[in-house]
Ligand binder design. Structure first.
Ligand code: GLU
Length: 446
């Protein structure tokens, strides 16, 4: 198989959310698994709504997720390609000028519906003579341009949905160029996919109806059989079943990052929700790539559950190797020979990565001291073993104390934990004790 070329093609008209992260990850993981190329293409021909700051934030968000494009393109910089495609279609007679106003089209549609006919464009403009066109132009009307569809069914083998077809006769000839001369995404996307050698188009099922038109366009512009393989995945909904929109601010990738959610948890949930694989924590995108199969994306809506994301994020931390955490620990000044045993001791107690700061303070800094049961703590001072300390020290110490004071269970352990960490619960004391060292422990006992 030729190495695949795939693309994620957001329009930079807002921040991306977890629903948009799915096609990004599906494409990226597909390329990664099959040693192909992953392209990020900004569909920014809509100059009114596209913003450079959104394009930048999308790149930042993708990088945070670990999605690194092999190349980045902007449609706004590729107009000559679309001009050439337009000219080619015109020369073939597949693109024809139409002069109806929106009102006229609307009235015509209403009449069709009243007659019980499907509201399909009647191709009246195709029958216009050169004189009639000239008369419209003289009136000052600017044409929009429609693509003449071939009659009959368009078929494709969808990577997710299997054998699919749409009857082109059930569709209006689509407008590819607006009256103001701007292109619609339908054309620019195909021109780009041809130019960039895209082999697989993986996108949401909201695009299924575009696919028939686009397959015809691929064939018109690049010849029979030129269309890439298409795969349409299910769409993510909220847990109550509503669609996500760009206004779903709290679920934007940036907001999840700011809330301390782990990128790998977002990726695992985005990819595995709504598939036949169980959602579980992963150590790397490589591992996720191994679990991912686009064909296993179910056709039902995938529901997004924020509680599940939080829990998955915590589990991602609990299983995170020191190697994976090291740079982030260094960035928080958690360095030195203690850093690794510290990470291994505390990771199982983290809900968010930033909580390492609190535990590092417990181990290294001034922990808030809270004393209960002064008698026990005085005895604890007496019984405290000499260094060197290791993972067995806490056990030896508490065994002595149990004998000396008769205390056991919670009555023995809780006052010690509280005195040494200032908290009611947390990582294993046996792991924390050698990290604190004798001097710190003594300073926290009465
Ligand atoms: N710009 C389109 C979108 O964001 C791209 C769809 C496609 O992948 O072709 O929905």
């Amino acid at each position: 198989m030729r190495p695949p070329v795939v693309r994620f093609a957001p329009s930079p008209t807002g921040r991306i959310h977890i629903g948009n992260a799915r096609p990004a990850l599906f494409n990226y993981l597909y390329a990664r698994k099959n040693h192909g190329r992953f392209i990020l293409r900004f569909d920014d021909t809509d100059v009114e709504r596209s913003r450079e700051e959104y394009a930048q934030s999308i790149e930042v968000d993708l990088a945070w997720l670990g999605v690194e494009p092999d190349a980045v393109y902007r449609q706004s910089q590729r107009f000559p390609l679309y001009v050439a495609a337009t000219e080619k279609l015109k020369a073939m007679g597949r693109l024809y000028p139409c002069y109806e106003t929106a009102d006229e089209l609307d009235r015509r549609r209403k009449r069709q519906i009243a007659r019980g006919a499907p509201p399909i464009y009647d191709r009246a403009a195709l029958a216009l003579s050169a004189e009639e066109r000239a008369a419209f132009e003289a009136e000052g009307r600017r044409p929009h341009w429609r693509f003449r569809l071939e009659p009959g069914a368009v078929r494709w083998e969808d990577m997710v949905r299997g054998l699919s077809h749409i009857d082109a006769s059930s569709m209006s000839d689509p407008v590819l160029i607006r009256g103001d001369g701007t292109w619609l995404y339908t054309l620019t996307s195909v021109a780009d996919d041809i130019d960039l050698g895209v082999t697989h188009v993986i996108r949401g099922e909201d695009h299924v109806s575009n696919t028939a038109v686009q397959i015809e366009l691929f064939e018109a512009l690049a010849g029979a059989g030129a269309a890439p393989v298409f795969g349409h995945h299910n769409l993510l909904t909220t847990s109550s079943g509503e669609g996500l929109s760009k206004r779903s601010g709290a679920l934007s990738i940036g907001a999840l990052r700011d809330a301390g959610v782990e990128a790998l948890a977002v990726a695992a949930l985005a990819v595995l929700t709504g598939s036949s694989a169980n959602v579980r924590a992963v150590h790397s995108l490589g591992e996720l790539a191994g679990m991912f199969d686009i064909a296993n994306t179910s056709r039902q809506a995938a529901r997004f559950d924020e509680h599940e994301l939080r829990a998955l994020s915590a589990r991602t931390l609990h299983g995170m190797d020191y190697e994976a955490a090291r740079d982030r620990l260094v960035a928080r000044d958690i360095v030195g020979h203690k850093a690794e045993p510290f990470w291994l001791a505390v990771r199982g107690n983290l809900a968010r990565f930033a909580e390492v700061d609190d535990w590092w303070r417990v181990v290294e800094g001034e922990a808030p001291v809270a004393h209960e049961d002064a008698e026990l703590l005085l005895a604890a001072r007496e019984a405290l073993p000499e260094e060197p300390w290791d993972a067995k020290t806490f056990g030896a110490w508490t065994a002595r104390l149990k004998e000396a004071t008769g205390r056991k269970g919670k009555a023995l352990f809780h006052p010690l934990r509280l005195a040494l960490t200032g908290r009611d619960n947390g990582p294993e004391m046996a792991a924390l004790l050698p990290l604190m060292g004798r001097t710190k422990v003594l300073a926290r006992l009465p």
